[in-house]
Design a binder for this molecule. Structure first.
Ligand code: GRF
Length: 203
């Protein structure tokens, strides 16, 4: 499988995918990294890994449709067949998803459906939950609402602040995302309506 990884920031999840894809037995390669933010450090990570790194700055387009057309053009040119959102701060439209049906994944730093949207770790702290975590899911037209592929849980400690909890979750994200991508691209995950069935063989 040829992954297109969409980023906007530091790219630590991208790095986890780059590291996994570098293993000979991993069933996917990162064909292209695309950022809407020209200065995203994630682009540096791609370049260091010798992976095509592209900037499509959303500010340079008059409409979301034009922006997405440019993004889709780069992904097509790179021969991408799966799209992984990794800290990508733009919502993708239903039209975008139609170009990659059932093949757009995202990672979110909460145990969805709890705490969708921004600052999920802060939401968890403010709600006082004792268990937090992260979710890899198929992207649908909603915000963090697509079928769930995999989740990982971490404890919330009494002395936690947003930074310490985010760091604990991020470490799990780096393990979960490469695993979830492996499951998805090998067909070990199948969709049953809005739920996924995962073949235990490869978890
Ligand atoms: C991660 O917490 C991810 O769950 C969320 O945004 C953050 C991206 O971090 N979508 P990075 O850019 O991958 O380091």
């Amino acid at each position: 499988a040829r992954l297109g990884v969409l980023v906007s920031g530091g790219g630590s999840n991208l790095q986890a995918l780059l590291d996994a894809a570098g293993q000979a037995d991993y069933p996917a390669e990162v064909a292209c990294v695309l950022s809407n933010v020209p200065t995203a450090f994630a682009l540096e990570r791609a370049r260091k890994a010798g992976v095509r790194a592209e900037v499509v700055d959303h500010k340079g387009f008059g409409s979301k449709a034009d922006f997405e057309a440019a993004v889709l053009g780069v992904l097509a040119d790179a021969g991408v067949d799966w799209v992984c959102l990794a800290g990508f701060m733009r919502l993708v439209s239903a039209d975008f998803l139609k170009r990659f049906p059932g093949r757009v994944l995202n990672i979110h730093p909460s145990l969805l459906p709890a705490f969708p949207g921004l600052h999920a770790q802060k939401q968890a702290l403010e709600r006082g939950v004792k268990v937090a975590g992260c979710t890899v899911h198929y992207v649908d037209a909603g915000t963090d609402t697509g079928p769930i592929i995999a989740q990982a849980a971490v404890p919330v400690l009494s002395e936690d602040d947003e930074a310490s909890l985010s760091a604990r979750i991020l470490a799990e994200e780096h393990r979960l995302y490469p695993l979830a991508v492996r499951l998805a691209v090998t067909g070990a995950v199948t969709l049953d309506g809005t739920r996924t069935k995962v073949d235990a063989r490869v978890t």
